[in-house]
Ligand binder design. Sequence first.
Ligand SMILES: Nc1nc2c(ncn2[C@@H]2O[C@H](COP(=O)(O)OP(=O)(O)OP(=O)(O)O)[C@@H](O)[C@H]2O)c(=O)[nH]1
Ligand SMILES: [Mg+2]
Length: 308
Amino acid sequence: MITTDNKKVGWLDRLKNGLHRSRVNIIGLFTGGKVDEDFLEELEFALISADMGVSTAGELLTRLRDTIQLKGLKTQEEVRDALREELITLLTPAEGELNIDRSKPLVMMMVGVNGAGKTTSIGKISKWFAAHDKSVLLAAGDTFRAAAREQLAVWGERNRVEVISQTGGDPAAVAFDAVSAGKARGADVVIVDTAGRLTTQTRLMEELKRIARAQNKALEGAPHEVILVIDGTNGQNALAQVEAFDAAVNLTGLIITKLDGTAKGGVLAAITRMRADRPIPIYFIGVGESIEDLQPFKAEEFARALVG
Ligand SMILES: Nc1nc2c(ncn2[C@@H]2O[C@H](COP(=O)(O)OP(=O)(O)OP(=O)(O)O)[C@@H](O)[C@H]2O)c(=O)[nH]1
Ligand SMILES: [Mg+2]
């Protein structure tokens, strides 16, 4: 998604601004003083406050203490470099590129809690695909609300992307129709939007399975990607969302939005660590509402934005 160097600089600044609160708390500790137990404890607290959670921050600090001993690090500046490296190592398994050429059409299903940013992200991604000469078909699987259908329809018109919808219809039927249409028309990508749902709404979580099965009936192997969209300001609750949606529909990727508001950012480290054995790639992160505000996740970029 990164097209020019100019855009890239703008993006990095936006990411840094977005993570401002955590950044100030963490970077503010590096005042050039001594590397003692008080300093390390304050650092651990700043990482916990940045939404990393107690265990991830604890693990980072254990590794950092080992490195300080092993390499005989003396200055805070050296410790900051070491912290950045540890964070990059922790986050790197979450880097992953969306490979859309492995099926035609490639079918992507978007899931998540209410208001996470699913429909907005679909809009941004479709626009990007369209700009790269990939034909996209959208399934308005959020059949509950007319506004949701309209939201996608507007996006579709703006970007010359066809939207399959059904007034008051069954989301599984809409998904089936869209994947069938995508197959028949030789579309490159079919994206299935779904209504937001809470992880505690058992019936709605079950419904997701049915929506996924309908896609598989229309095209074996579909959905190829099941992407959980997470609101970056949800903090540690994001972990529960990953577990619940993964248990229901086997997630293949994540998008973390709204890293521009009150989000603290550390939750990306917590999610990656939680799934250290079987990482779920974070395909994109979002720092705002315009199309350039959704960009691929890069561990080093993110670590630099968070801890300097
Ligand atoms: N600041 C900010 N706002 C965002 C971002 N992504 C989405 N939003 C806003 O979040 C709100 C909800 O976005 P939607 O895309 O409608 O969320 P959704 O997951 O489709 O919501 P439901 O369909 O109701 O579950 C909208 O006002 C978006 O403009 C982001 O990266 N940053
Ligand atoms: Mg929506």
